[in-house]
Structure formats: structure tokens, C-alpha cells
Design a protein around this ligand. Structure first.
Ligand SMILES: NC(=O)c1ccc[n+]([C@@H]2O[C@H](COP(=O)([O-])OP(=O)(O)OC[C@H]3O[C@@H](n4cnc5c(N)ncnc54)[C@H](OP(=O)(O)O)[C@@H]3O)[C@@H](O)[C@H]2O)c1
Length: 327
């Protein structure tokens, strides 16, 4: 099969190769998928550079997310799944081979049926962004009728959070950093879009919530945004933080203010989200897909041969929106 891979960690253009590799065979409990689209995430960059961990396999076929069609199964009872369209998550988690290849083998449960009419491109955009956004939004209960603030609403996870929160029946405000990002957040369905750099976010939130504040905040940079978060959050509300930045990951907290506020500070890391929570998320994501509400913003679609360029584009911030590779 045609596949992208690296044998050592380092810069994309130095370590990523595309060549023929042996076709993987599914074992018990596994299915093989003919990959149509591979989804790239920051975690794939961090694995390739060595930021997150050293290489535990001599050769890595990158990318956790993707979508395609099941073409072989490890268990006879699963034979009925052959031909099923699926989206894939955590393909390369604890495994050497991810979705940047014509075929990938994953545990059967990590190949989730893709509802009819939903494209492989949307399918390959789900995985990490949708599961992370879901955990941030729903870990503390249903959000129907609640008010949500998404800090970083034009980001890939931020957009997923807006889409899922709107599907779930919440009122959603989002912050962005420039007018182009505002268009993306609005297209995702945000009821109120604020510029994080020029608007008084807390004041605007207060004005739109009759002074109550929001119940949930999904935050891309809680270190920078904590002040705004505490000023925008309703008493007892939840701030879900899912990202660190290069500036460091130590968080300083005004303890007394946080206690008086009664807020919950939740941290989300997709690989440690409990299996049950992921299964609940998959149910909700499937329902959201069926409703036709899940429309991510695509930033770049390219070919497998251009995988190094795709990695560079995401790494340098040259692209806004989901980066996809048509396999
Ligand atoms: N914990 C987890 O399990 C998990 C899961 C998925 C992703 N992540 C991490 O989350 C981060 C974002 O991922 P992504 O794929 O969504 O990236 P992305 O598409 O680049 O989105 C980040 C967005 O946040 C904006 N932003 C940056 N600082 C902000 C601030 N202080 N307030 C409001 N908005 C701000 C960015 O704007 P500019 O481009 O203008 O800076 C950008 O629009 C990455 O570091 C990734 O590794 C973690």
C-alpha cells in the first residue's frame, strides 16, 4: 500500500517519506479500513517532532483521525461490517500505523459508522476535535438551554465545540482574534462573536445574558483568558481547558476569587478521557451528523504526496481550519 511514514522524529520535510509499505492484516477484534481521507491534528505534529513522546516504534505511519470503508475484519462475526463507511479515531494511539496510508488497521470500536450522506471529509474531521470538544462541553452534564462561551471559536476544536453546543440546544458565544476568524465562528452557528483583542468580552457576555454570565467555557488558552473567563462565568460554572501554549503551562489562579465564585476548572486531554465518556460522545456526534448540523471549516485539502507541506502549513499557522489529506 502507498503510505506516509517516518523512521525518526524531526522536521516534516526531513523525516516524512511516501512509499510502498506492506498491507496490514487485521487481527482479532480489529478491522481494516481503506482510507479515503486522513485528518491531521496538532497531536500528529507533536508526535513527529518528539514534543509529546519519543518514538516507541521504529517506523510510524502518522495521523490519528481518518475516514474510509472497512475492507477486511479480524473476526468472522464482524464480516457484515465489510463495505461499511466509517470514521476513525485514535488510529495511531499506542500503535505504529495511523491513517496517512491507503489502509489502516484499528480496534473495531475505533471505526465508527459514518451516517449516510456524510462525506469522508467530514468523517476525517471528527476524531480528536469532536471528541475533545464534546468532553469539554458535556463532562459536567447536558447543556440544553445553557449558555456557553467558546474561547478560540475559529479553531478546529473551537469550531467543533460551537457545532456540538448549538446542536445540543445551547446559546453560544465565541471569541476570535480577527475578522476572518469571525466569519468561521459565525458560520459554525455562534450566536455572538466577539473579538478577543478589541472587545470587552465579559461586558458583552453580561449584556447578552442579562448579567447572568455563561454556564460553560471551552478554552484554548486558559492561562491568557482566565481573567475574562472568571468575569464571564455564572456562579458555579465550568471552565474546560484543553490546550497549552509554547509560552508555558504553569497556571496561576486567584484562589479566593475562584472559591467565592464556586467555579469548576476542568482539564481535558483526549487520550485520558474515559472510554464510557468517549462512547457517549460518539452517540452524540452521530446524532449531530444525522441532524446535518456538523459542518466543519476546511482549511486545506491535499494529496498524500504533499503530506510534509500539510504538516508545515498546520505547524506555521498558515492555514485556518481542518487540514485533510485525500488518500
Ligand atoms: N487536550 C486535548 O486533548 C487536545 C485535543 C485537541 C487539540 N488540543 C490542542 O489544542 C490546541 C488547539 O487545537 P486546534 O486544532 O483547535 O488548533 P487551531 O485550529 O489552531 O485553533 C486555535 C485557535 O485559537 C485561537 N486562539 C489562540 N489564542 C487564543 C486566546 N488566548 N483566546 C482566544 N482564541 C485564541 C487561535 O487564533 P490564532 O491562530 O490567531 O492564534 C486559533 O483560531 C492545540 O495546541 C492542540 O494541540 C488538545
Amino acid at each position: 500500500m502507498r503510505a506516509a511514514y517516518y523512521d525518526r522524529q524531526g522536521p516534516a520535510e526531513e523525516v516524512l517519506c511516501v512509499a510502498e509499505l506492506p498491507l496490514p492484516q487485521p487481527g482479532p477484534g480489529e478491522v481494516r479500513i481503506r482510507v479515503h481521507v486522513s485528518g491531521l491534528n496538532p497531536t500528529d505534529l507533536k508526535a513527529r517532532t518528539g514534543f509529546s513522546s519519543l518514538m516507541v516504534f521504529p517506523r510510524i505511519v502518522p495521523h490519528q483521525d481518518g475516514a474510509g470503508v472497512i475492507d477486511a475484519v479480524g473476526d468472522l462475526e464482524e464480516a457484515g461490517r465489510i463495505g461499511q463507511r466509517v470514521w476513525i479515531y485514535e488510529a495511531q494511539c499506542g500503535r505504529a500505523n495511523g491513517t496517512a496510508a491507503e489502509f489502516v488497521v484499528v480496534p473495531s470500536g475505533q471505526a465508527v459508522p459514518l451516517p449516510e450522506g456524510v462525506s469522508f471529509e467530514v468523517g476525517a474531521s471528527l476524531g480528536i476535535p469532536a471528541l475533545t470538544a464534546h468532553r469539554c462541553l458535556f463532562a459536567d452534564g447536558d447543556i440544553r438551554g445553557l449558555k456557553v462561551l467558546v474561547q478560540g471559536g475559529a479553531g478546529v476544536v473551537g469550531t467543533a465545540a460551537i457545532l456540538l453546543a448549538k446542536w445540543a440546544g445551547a446559546w453560544v458565544a465565541a471569541t476570535v482574534m480577527n475578522p476572518a476568524q469571525a466569519i468561521i465562528a459565525r458560520a459554525a452557528g455562534a450566536d455572538l462573536v466577539l473579538d478577543r483583542l478589541s472587545d470587552d468580552v465579559a461586558e458583552a457576555i453580561s449584556a447578552h445574558t442579562q448579567g447572568e454570565g455563561v454556564d460553560r467555557i471551552v478554552d484554548v488558552d486558559v492561562r491568557k483568558n482566565l481573567e475574562i473567563d472568571l468575569a464571564s462565568l455564572a456562579p458555579g460554572g465550568v471552565i474546560s481547558s484543553y490546550a497549552t501554549t509554547d509560552a508555558g503551562d504553569e497556571l496561576s489562579l486567584p484562589l479566593l476569587r475562584a472559591m467565592i465564585h464556586g467555579c469548576v476548572l476542568r482539564f481535558v486531554y483526549i487520550y485520558s478521557v474515559p472510554k464510557d465518556a468517549k462512547n457517549e460522545a460518539i452517540k452524540d456526534i452521530s446524532a449531530c451528523l444525522v441532524s446535518g448540523c456538523y459542518k466543519p471549516h476546511f482549511g486545506l485539502k491535499t494529496k498524500l504526496e504533499n503530506i510534509a507541506d500539510a504538516h508545515r502549513a498546520l505547524e506555521t499557522g498558515a492555514v485556518m481550519g481542518k487540514v485533510l489529506i485525500n488518500v
